[in-house]
Design a protein around this ligand. Structure first.
Ligand code: HEC
Length: 130
């Protein structure tokens, strides 16, 4: 019986592909860790500046809301797929809102693309909706 010469090459190629997949999965995991660490750092810095920037942040916060939240919560905060946020400030503090944005809640996925200055401006702005 003649051996099929292609088979060993196919196995080697498959192993190569597997190795690449494993390496990129491990790499992605590490990148996520690094990103998290960086975001954590930004937020502590931001905390210190928050006091002075509270006023000017209003316009920015609304823009951040429109691009990240309005699809689910409505452009006028009146709700849609997500709940009405027009009086969210009477229910949660700015910190609690920031926590919901970062970690998500129930059917709301974490909005981790909103971080640092944007996150604190947006949470502050929403906490004033009472
Ligand atoms: C994919 C849709 C979606 C997006 C995008 C989204 N949310 Fe939500 N959000 C929801 C849903 C659904 C809930 C209700 C979650 C639950 O309690 O089960 C919710 C709940 C909330 C709550 C709590 C409301 C309450 O009365 O308990 C807050 C605050 C909130 N979202 C803020 C935001 C902010 C700020 C953004 C943008 C950074 C955002 N959400 C983006 C879907 C979304």
């Amino acid at each position: 019986m003649r051996k099929n010469p292609v088979v060993p090459y196919a196995i080697i190629a498959l192993l190569g592909v597997l190795t690449v997949v494993v390496i990129s999965v491990v790499g992605l995991g590490q990148r996520a860790d690094i990103q998290q660490a960086e975001e954590g750092g930004e937020q502590t810095e931001q905390g210190a500046e928050e006091g002075q920037e509270g006023e000017t942040a209003g316009g920015d916060a609304e823009a951040v809301f429109q691009s990240n939240c309005s699809a689910c919560h409505g452009a006028d905060l009146s709700g849609g797929a997500g709940p009405d946020l027009t009086a969210v400030g009477s229910k949660y503090s700015a910190d609690e809102i920031a926590e919901i944005i970062q970690n998500g809640r129930g059917a709301m996925p974490p909005q981790s693309q909103v971080a640092g200055e944007e996150l604190s401006a947006l949470s502050q702005w929403l906490s004033e909706k009472q």
